[in-house]
Design a protein around this ligand. Structure first.
Ligand code: NDP
Length: 292
Protein backbone atom coordinates (compact mmCIF):
# COMPACT_ATOMS: atom_id res chain seq x y z
CA UNK A 1 0.00 0.00 0.00
CA UNK A 2 1.29 3.45 -0.90
CA UNK A 3 0.24 6.36 1.27
CA UNK A 4 -0.65 9.38 -0.83
CA UNK A 5 0.98 12.09 1.23
CA UNK A 6 -1.02 15.27 0.73
CA UNK A 7 0.96 17.12 3.36
CA UNK A 8 4.26 16.53 1.59
CA UNK A 9 2.80 17.14 -1.87
CA UNK A 10 1.21 20.39 -0.71
CA UNK A 11 4.58 21.50 0.69
CA UNK A 12 6.19 20.85 -2.69
CA UNK A 13 3.46 22.86 -4.44
CA UNK A 14 3.88 25.67 -1.92
CA UNK A 15 7.63 25.71 -2.60
CA UNK A 16 6.90 25.96 -6.34
CA UNK A 17 4.55 28.88 -5.65
CA UNK A 18 7.13 30.55 -3.36
CA UNK A 19 9.69 30.28 -6.20
CA UNK A 20 7.24 32.02 -8.55
CA UNK A 21 6.74 34.77 -5.95
CA UNK A 22 10.52 35.18 -5.64
CA UNK A 23 10.72 35.62 -9.43
CA UNK A 24 7.90 38.18 -9.33
CA UNK A 25 9.74 40.08 -6.57
CA UNK A 26 12.98 40.05 -8.55
CA UNK A 27 11.16 41.67 -11.46
CA UNK A 28 9.55 44.20 -9.10
CA UNK A 29 6.18 42.76 -10.03
CA UNK A 30 3.05 42.81 -7.91
CA UNK A 31 2.96 40.33 -5.04
CA UNK A 32 -0.19 38.16 -5.16
CA UNK A 33 -2.73 39.18 -2.54
CA UNK A 34 -5.42 36.88 -1.14
CA UNK A 35 -8.26 38.10 1.04
CA UNK A 36 -10.50 35.96 3.23
CA UNK A 37 -13.82 36.91 4.74
CA UNK A 38 -15.11 35.11 7.80
CA UNK A 39 -18.52 35.77 9.31
CA UNK A 40 -19.08 34.92 12.98
CA UNK A 41 -17.05 32.99 15.50
CA UNK A 42 -17.40 29.32 14.45
CA UNK A 43 -14.21 27.70 15.83
CA UNK A 44 -13.76 25.21 12.94
CA UNK A 45 -14.21 27.96 10.34
CA UNK A 46 -11.73 30.14 12.21
CA UNK A 47 -9.15 27.33 12.17
CA UNK A 48 -9.65 26.75 8.42
CA UNK A 49 -9.40 30.43 7.54
CA UNK A 50 -6.32 30.93 9.75
CA UNK A 51 -4.63 27.99 7.96
CA UNK A 52 -5.28 29.75 4.67
CA UNK A 53 -3.88 33.07 5.88
CA UNK A 54 -0.82 31.32 7.38
CA UNK A 55 -0.24 29.51 4.08
CA UNK A 56 -0.13 32.90 2.30
CA UNK A 57 2.76 33.96 4.52
CA UNK A 58 4.58 30.68 3.78
CA UNK A 59 4.62 31.36 0.03
CA UNK A 60 5.24 35.12 0.29
CA UNK A 61 1.72 36.30 -0.65
CA UNK A 62 0.09 39.29 0.97
CA UNK A 63 -3.11 38.43 2.78
CA UNK A 64 -5.99 40.23 4.40
CA UNK A 65 -8.39 38.64 6.86
CA UNK A 66 -11.74 40.36 7.19
CA UNK A 67 -13.66 39.28 10.28
CA UNK A 68 -17.33 40.24 10.26
CA UNK A 69 -19.92 39.88 13.04
CA UNK A 70 -22.44 37.03 12.92
CA UNK A 71 -25.34 39.51 12.74
CA UNK A 72 -24.07 41.25 9.61
CA UNK A 73 -26.89 41.59 7.08
CA UNK A 74 -26.74 39.95 3.67
CA UNK A 75 -26.66 43.39 2.08
CA UNK A 76 -23.72 44.51 4.22
CA UNK A 77 -21.82 41.34 3.35
CA UNK A 78 -22.48 41.86 -0.34
CA UNK A 79 -21.15 45.42 0.03
CA UNK A 80 -17.92 44.00 1.54
CA UNK A 81 -17.62 41.66 -1.44
CA UNK A 82 -18.06 44.55 -3.84
CA UNK A 83 -15.19 46.40 -2.14
CA UNK A 84 -12.95 43.35 -2.71
CA UNK A 85 -14.20 42.94 -6.28
CA UNK A 86 -13.16 46.54 -7.01
CA UNK A 87 -9.88 46.55 -5.07
CA UNK A 88 -7.20 46.24 -7.73
CA UNK A 89 -4.63 45.06 -5.18
CA UNK A 90 -6.68 41.96 -4.26
CA UNK A 91 -6.10 39.14 -6.77
CA UNK A 92 -8.48 36.64 -5.25
CA UNK A 93 -10.66 36.13 -2.23
CA UNK A 94 -12.72 33.56 -0.42
CA UNK A 95 -15.77 33.73 1.77
CA UNK A 96 -15.39 31.03 4.40
CA UNK A 97 -18.43 28.73 4.39
CA UNK A 98 -20.81 27.92 6.00
CA UNK A 99 -22.48 31.29 6.41
CA UNK A 100 -25.15 32.06 9.03
CA UNK A 101 -28.67 30.92 8.09
CA UNK A 102 -29.94 34.43 7.36
CA UNK A 103 -27.44 34.81 4.49
CA UNK A 104 -28.10 33.17 1.13
CA UNK A 105 -24.86 31.32 0.31
CA UNK A 106 -25.70 31.07 -3.38
CA UNK A 107 -26.23 34.83 -3.60
CA UNK A 108 -22.82 35.39 -2.02
CA UNK A 109 -21.07 32.94 -4.37
CA UNK A 110 -22.73 34.67 -7.35
CA UNK A 111 -21.53 38.09 -6.14
CA UNK A 112 -17.82 37.20 -6.33
CA UNK A 113 -16.05 38.44 -9.46
CA UNK A 114 -15.32 35.14 -11.31
CA UNK A 115 -11.76 36.35 -11.97
CA UNK A 116 -11.18 36.61 -8.21
CA UNK A 117 -13.13 33.46 -7.34
CA UNK A 118 -10.16 31.40 -6.16
CA UNK A 119 -12.46 28.81 -4.56
CA UNK A 120 -13.76 28.13 -8.08
CA UNK A 121 -17.40 28.05 -6.92
CA UNK A 122 -18.87 30.73 -9.21
CA UNK A 123 -21.17 29.42 -12.00
CA UNK A 124 -18.88 31.01 -14.61
CA UNK A 125 -15.94 28.94 -13.37
CA UNK A 126 -18.04 25.79 -12.95
CA UNK A 127 -19.34 26.35 -16.50
CA UNK A 128 -15.85 26.82 -17.91
CA UNK A 129 -14.67 23.70 -16.08
CA UNK A 130 -17.59 21.71 -17.48
CA UNK A 131 -16.88 22.92 -21.01
CA UNK A 132 -13.15 22.25 -20.59
CA UNK A 133 -12.32 25.94 -21.02
CA UNK A 134 -9.51 27.62 -19.09
CA UNK A 135 -10.81 29.02 -15.81
CA UNK A 136 -10.43 28.53 -12.08
CA UNK A 137 -10.94 24.95 -10.89
CA UNK A 138 -12.59 24.30 -7.52
CA UNK A 139 -9.73 23.91 -5.06
CA UNK A 140 -10.50 20.48 -3.58
CA UNK A 141 -11.09 18.64 -6.89
CA UNK A 142 -8.04 20.45 -8.30
CA UNK A 143 -6.04 19.11 -5.35
CA UNK A 144 -7.26 15.58 -6.06
CA UNK A 145 -6.15 15.89 -9.71
CA UNK A 146 -2.73 17.05 -8.55
CA UNK A 147 -2.37 14.13 -6.15
CA UNK A 148 -3.28 11.63 -8.87
CA UNK A 149 -0.90 13.28 -11.32
CA UNK A 150 2.05 13.54 -8.94
CA UNK A 151 1.63 9.93 -7.82
CA UNK A 152 1.41 8.90 -11.49
CA UNK A 153 -2.02 7.34 -11.05
CA UNK A 154 -3.71 7.31 -14.45
CA UNK A 155 -7.50 7.36 -14.23
CA UNK A 156 -7.76 6.66 -17.98
CA UNK A 157 -10.02 3.66 -18.62
CA UNK A 158 -10.52 3.04 -14.91
CA UNK A 159 -13.86 2.90 -13.17
CA UNK A 160 -14.02 5.81 -10.73
CA UNK A 161 -16.80 5.75 -8.17
CA UNK A 162 -17.43 9.09 -6.48
CA UNK A 163 -19.65 8.94 -3.40
CA UNK A 164 -21.16 12.37 -2.73
CA UNK A 165 -22.49 14.89 -5.25
CA UNK A 166 -21.87 18.28 -3.61
CA UNK A 167 -21.18 21.29 -5.82
CA UNK A 168 -17.75 21.77 -4.27
CA UNK A 169 -16.35 18.23 -4.29
CA UNK A 170 -18.29 15.23 -5.59
CA UNK A 171 -19.95 16.76 -8.64
CA UNK A 172 -16.90 18.64 -10.00
CA UNK A 173 -14.43 15.77 -9.47
CA UNK A 174 -16.84 13.41 -11.25
CA UNK A 175 -16.94 15.80 -14.20
CA UNK A 176 -13.18 16.38 -14.29
CA UNK A 177 -12.21 12.71 -14.14
CA UNK A 178 -14.64 11.84 -16.94
CA UNK A 179 -13.21 14.50 -19.27
CA UNK A 180 -10.81 14.03 -22.14
CA UNK A 181 -7.85 15.41 -20.20
CA UNK A 182 -4.51 14.07 -19.05
CA UNK A 183 -5.75 13.14 -15.57
CA UNK A 184 -9.14 12.02 -16.84
CA UNK A 185 -10.72 9.65 -19.34
CA UNK A 186 -12.20 7.58 -16.54
CA UNK A 187 -15.58 5.91 -16.55
CA UNK A 188 -17.30 7.64 -13.66
CA UNK A 189 -20.20 6.62 -11.47
CA UNK A 190 -21.57 9.31 -9.15
CA UNK A 191 -23.31 7.89 -6.08
CA UNK A 192 -25.30 9.70 -3.37
CA UNK A 193 -27.78 9.10 -0.58
CA UNK A 194 -30.48 7.83 -2.98
CA UNK A 195 -28.17 5.33 -4.65
CA UNK A 196 -29.44 1.77 -4.33
CA UNK A 197 -27.04 -1.09 -3.63
CA UNK A 198 -24.13 1.26 -2.97
CA UNK A 199 -21.84 -1.59 -1.96
CA UNK A 200 -22.35 -3.34 -5.31
CA UNK A 201 -21.18 -0.14 -6.99
CA UNK A 202 -18.26 0.68 -4.71
CA UNK A 203 -16.99 -2.89 -5.13
CA UNK A 204 -16.51 -2.11 -8.83
CA UNK A 205 -14.34 0.93 -8.14
CA UNK A 206 -10.74 1.03 -9.35
CA UNK A 207 -10.60 4.49 -7.80
CA UNK A 208 -13.00 5.45 -5.02
CA UNK A 209 -13.49 9.10 -4.08
CA UNK A 210 -15.36 9.47 -0.79
CA UNK A 211 -16.92 12.92 -0.18
CA UNK A 212 -19.78 12.11 2.14
CA UNK A 213 -19.12 13.67 5.53
CA UNK A 214 -19.75 10.49 7.55
CA UNK A 215 -16.96 9.07 9.69
CA UNK A 216 -15.62 5.69 8.54
CA UNK A 217 -18.61 5.18 6.21
CA UNK A 218 -16.66 3.22 3.57
CA UNK A 219 -15.73 -0.10 5.14
CA UNK A 220 -13.35 -2.82 3.94
CA UNK A 221 -16.17 -5.05 2.65
CA UNK A 222 -17.23 -2.24 0.28
CA UNK A 223 -13.98 -2.15 -1.73
CA UNK A 224 -12.03 -4.57 -3.88
CA UNK A 225 -8.38 -5.46 -3.49
CA UNK A 226 -5.91 -2.89 -4.86
CA UNK A 227 -8.48 -0.10 -4.92
CA UNK A 228 -7.14 3.47 -5.00
CA UNK A 229 -8.78 5.54 -2.27
CA UNK A 230 -9.18 9.31 -2.20
CA UNK A 231 -10.78 10.21 1.12
CA UNK A 232 -12.09 13.77 1.17
CA UNK A 233 -14.10 13.49 4.38
CA UNK A 234 -13.09 15.42 7.47
CA UNK A 235 -15.12 14.30 10.45
CA UNK A 236 -14.46 15.08 14.07
CA UNK A 237 -15.14 12.13 16.39
CA UNK A 238 -14.84 11.90 20.18
CA UNK A 239 -11.49 10.59 21.43
CA UNK A 240 -10.84 10.72 25.16
CA UNK A 241 -7.15 9.86 24.65
CA UNK A 242 -6.63 13.27 23.05
CA UNK A 243 -6.23 16.48 24.97
CA UNK A 244 -8.81 18.10 22.70
CA UNK A 245 -11.25 15.25 23.34
CA UNK A 246 -11.69 14.58 19.63
CA UNK A 247 -9.80 13.64 16.48
CA UNK A 248 -10.26 13.94 12.75
CA UNK A 249 -11.15 10.92 10.63
CA UNK A 250 -12.14 10.51 7.01
CA UNK A 251 -15.16 8.94 5.36
CA UNK A 252 -13.14 5.76 4.91
CA UNK A 253 -12.28 3.22 7.63
CA UNK A 254 -8.57 3.81 7.10
CA UNK A 255 -7.30 1.07 9.38
CA UNK A 256 -9.06 -1.77 7.53
CA UNK A 257 -9.46 -0.33 4.04
CA UNK A 258 -5.75 0.56 3.81
CA UNK A 259 -4.96 -3.17 4.09
CA UNK A 260 -6.79 -3.79 0.79
CA UNK A 261 -5.87 -0.58 -1.03
CA UNK A 262 -2.97 -0.03 -3.43
CA UNK A 263 -2.99 3.72 -2.72
CA UNK A 264 -4.82 5.70 -0.06
CA UNK A 265 -4.98 9.28 1.22
CA UNK A 266 -4.88 9.63 5.02
CA UNK A 267 -7.05 11.98 7.07
CA UNK A 268 -5.60 14.28 8.20
CA UNK A 269 -2.71 14.85 5.81
CA UNK A 270 -4.34 13.85 2.52
CA UNK A 271 -6.76 15.97 0.54
CA UNK A 272 -7.09 18.73 3.20
CA UNK A 273 -3.66 20.34 2.81
CA UNK A 274 -3.99 20.05 -0.97
CA UNK A 275 -7.12 22.21 -0.94
CA UNK A 276 -5.15 25.04 0.65
CA UNK A 277 -2.22 24.60 -1.75
CA UNK A 278 -4.56 24.79 -4.75
CA UNK A 279 -6.23 27.87 -3.32
CA UNK A 280 -2.79 29.51 -3.37
CA UNK A 281 -2.17 28.21 -6.88
CA UNK A 282 -5.48 29.68 -8.03
CA UNK A 283 -4.50 33.02 -6.46
CA UNK A 284 -1.15 32.98 -8.26
CA UNK A 285 -2.87 32.16 -11.56
CA UNK A 286 -5.43 34.95 -11.01
CA UNK A 287 -2.60 37.40 -10.27
CA UNK A 288 -0.59 36.32 -13.30
CA UNK A 289 -3.63 36.59 -15.59
CA UNK A 290 -4.26 40.13 -14.35
CA UNK A 291 -0.68 41.10 -15.12
CA UNK A 292 -0.72 39.49 -18.58
P1 NDP B 1 -22.15 17.57 1.46
O1 NDP B 1 -22.83 17.36 2.76
O2 NDP B 1 -22.47 18.79 0.67
O3 NDP B 1 -22.43 16.31 0.52
C1 NDP B 1 -22.40 15.03 1.02
C2 NDP B 1 -22.78 14.07 -0.06
O4 NDP B 1 -22.76 12.76 0.49
C3 NDP B 1 -24.19 14.31 -0.61
O5 NDP B 1 -24.18 14.25 -2.02
C4 NDP B 1 -25.00 13.18 -0.01
O6 NDP B 1 -26.04 12.72 -0.83
C5 NDP B 1 -23.95 12.08 0.11
N1 NDP B 1 -24.34 11.11 1.13
C6 NDP B 1 -24.74 11.34 2.39
N2 NDP B 1 -25.08 10.20 2.99
C7 NDP B 1 -24.88 9.22 2.08
C8 NDP B 1 -25.08 7.83 2.11
N3 NDP B 1 -25.54 7.21 3.20
N4 NDP B 1 -24.79 7.13 1.00
C9 NDP B 1 -24.33 7.74 -0.10
N5 NDP B 1 -24.12 9.06 -0.18
C10 NDP B 1 -24.41 9.81 0.90
O7 NDP B 1 -20.61 17.45 1.77
P2 NDP B 1 -19.28 18.04 1.05
O8 NDP B 1 -19.11 17.48 -0.30
O9 NDP B 1 -19.23 19.50 1.24
O10 NDP B 1 -18.19 17.41 2.02
C11 NDP B 1 -18.03 16.02 2.17
C12 NDP B 1 -16.96 15.77 3.19
O11 NDP B 1 -15.75 16.29 2.71
C13 NDP B 1 -17.18 16.45 4.54
O12 NDP B 1 -16.62 15.63 5.56
C14 NDP B 1 -16.38 17.72 4.44
O13 NDP B 1 -15.96 18.21 5.69
C15 NDP B 1 -15.22 17.22 3.63
N6 NDP B 1 -14.55 18.27 2.86
C16 NDP B 1 -13.19 18.27 2.92
C17 NDP B 1 -12.48 19.17 2.19
C18 NDP B 1 -11.01 19.09 2.26
O14 NDP B 1 -10.35 20.00 1.83
N7 NDP B 1 -10.44 17.99 2.76
C19 NDP B 1 -13.12 20.20 1.36
C20 NDP B 1 -14.55 20.06 1.31
C21 NDP B 1 -15.23 19.13 2.05
P3 NDP B 1 -27.32 13.64 -1.24
O15 NDP B 1 -26.81 14.59 -2.27
O16 NDP B 1 -28.30 12.69 -1.76
O17 NDP B 1 -27.73 14.34 0.03
Amino acid sequence: MILIDGKLTSQIIKEEIANSVATIKKKNGKIPHLAAIIVGEDPASKIYVNHKVKACAQVGFNSTLIELPIDITEEQLLDELEILNKDTDIDGFIVQLPLPDHIDEQKVIMAVNPKKDIDGFHPVNIGKMTLELPGILPATPYGILELLERYKIEPSGKHVVVVGRSHIVGRPISILLSQKRETGNATVTLAHSRTKNLKEITLQADILVAAIGKANFITADMVKNDVIIIDVGTNSIPDTSRKSGHRLVGDVDFERVSKKASYITPVPGGVGPMTIAMLLKNTLTAAQKKEA
